[in-house]
Design a protein around this ligand. Structure first.
Ligand code: HEM
Ligand SMILES: *[C@@H]1O[C@H](CO)[C@@H](O)[C@H](O)[C@H]1NC(C)=O
Ligand SMILES: *[C@@H]1O[C@H](CO)[C@@H](O)[C@H](O)[C@H]1NC(C)=O
Length: 348
């Protein structure tokens, strides 16, 4: 039998409509700790095993996972929307937003998803796997000091738009008031903004993300550190540079900022309150980080968290948890994706 193209299209449209109508509403149920304990026993151990193995091979992947939690949850809630690849239906997903430069660890999440699908097909969402993996990465990178129980039961969304990511996520050129307004839209306070920004004790940023810093006055950036950044950025077209000076090559630190050689560590990406020490010494890469010092309340919290690392570990754990509960927009629908980079069904 030969169907005409028009009939075929109509059929597909009807199918899509039926499919949409039967999809669960994303906010139907509350998130629950141990959500998969019966549905997919041991899933959290599977995720952890893969994350630990990946971080042993390359510790840098841990920073990518922590950043993914933030970038997923701040845009349409924690719905795995940041994981979707471009497709003919959706040529410009969140991944393509300039503000999402440098996002990574997508392959690791796909590997974990495949392992979980083998164990319990169609049960565990990519958005939950992402939160579990980021939680485990934060725990490994902090030697267990950052830890929290993850409530689960999220669904994977269908919508992923670069322009939405660009509008919702903060930019590294923002001033403190822009950051405060941006975080307030998601119900995060000035103090919570300061605590979350401490995540920049780990990972890297591209030179294009702090180009303006290279010519800021010495009242805003330690001039020796500025020289170091200028040197690093002259080594390629837009190379990534360590966010934390103590993760930098010993030789480079010795050459530009000899006063900091004692800070250099053999193991990079240790998640702790060092960001606040660095910030007060004006040795941070992003303008947005430095600008926290220009606001009275924010400045007070920078000092507070510099002076108490234990307090930061605890409060940062609580705030990753708070981020992980950001909901999808009211009325959104979701599914359990088979693969994290694509929606299960084309809807048209
Ligand atoms: C306050 C507003 C924030 C701004 C403007 C900002 C901006 C940035 C930028 C520009 C980069 C480097 C991207 C690149 O050039 O490759 C970066 C990296 C990173 N950010 Fe943020 N960020 C903010 C808050 C956060 C928060 C809340 C978290 C997590 C809780 C976070 C975690 C990270 C991590 C872990 C990296 C390193 C990623 C890697 O090495 O793969 N950031 N951020
Ligand atoms: C922020 O809180 C208000 C009031 O409790 C609530 O209506 C709103 O949905 C929350 N926004 C987000 C993004 O969670
Ligand atoms: C640091 O914070 C911890 C955890 O909240 C608290 O128990 C401790 O008393 C604080 N230490 C100082 C020196 O303030």
């Amino acid at each position: 039998m030969k169907l005409s193209a028009a009939v075929l299209c109509a059929l597909v449209a009807v199918q899509a409509a039926v499919l949409l109508a039967t999809l669960p509403s994303a906010q139907a149920k509350e998130l629950e700790v141990g959500y998969y304990s019966k549905k997919c026993k041991g899933v959290e151990n599977v995720v952890k095993w893969h994350v630990v193995r990946a971080l042993k091979a390359n510790r840098r992947t841990g920073a990518a996972l922590v950043r993914l939690l933030f970038h997923d949850c701040f845009v349409r809630g924690c719905d795995g929307s940041v994981l979707l690849d471009a497709s003919s239906d959706n040529p410009h997903p969140e991944k393509e937003a300039p503000v999402n430069i440098g996002l990574a660890a997508f392959d690791l999440l796909e590997e974990i998803k495949a392992a979980v699908e083998k164990r319990c097909p169609g049960v565990v969402s990519c958005s939950d796997i992402l939160i579990y993996a980021a939680r485990d990465a934060a725990s490994v990178l902090s030697n267990g000091h950052v830890h929290f129980a993850v409530p689960a039961g999220r669904l994977d969304g269908f919508v992923s738009k670069a322009e939405e990511a660009q509008a919702e996520l903060p930019d590294s050129t923002h001033d403190v008031q822009q950051l405060i307004d941006n975080f307030a839209k998601k119900n995060f306070s000035v103090e919570e903004l300061v605590i979350l920004t401490g995540a920049h004790s780990i990972g890297q940023g591209h030179c294009s993300s702090f180009r303006g810093r290279l010519s800021e006055p010495s009242s805003q950036i330690n001039p020796a550190y500025r020289d170091l950044l200028n040197y690093k950025c002259s080594q390629g077209s837009d190379p990534p540079v360590d966010n934390n000076v103590r993760d930098e090559d010993y030789g480079v630190v010795a050459r530009f900022t000899p006063g900091f050689t004692s800070r250099v560590r053999k193991v990079p990406d240790f998640l702790d309150n060092s960001f606040y020490h660095n910030n007060l010494a004006k040795i941070v890469t992003f303008h947005s980080d430095w600008t926290l010092l220009t606001h009275k309340e924010a400045f007070g919290h920078v000092v507070e968290y510099r002076d108490n690392g234990t307090l930061w570990d605890e409060d940062f754990s609580d705030l990753l948890l708070k981020l992980s509960k950001l909901p999808m927009p009211a009325g959104s629908r979701g599914e359990i994706r088979k693969k994290c980079s694509v929606v299960n069904h084309r809807l048209y």
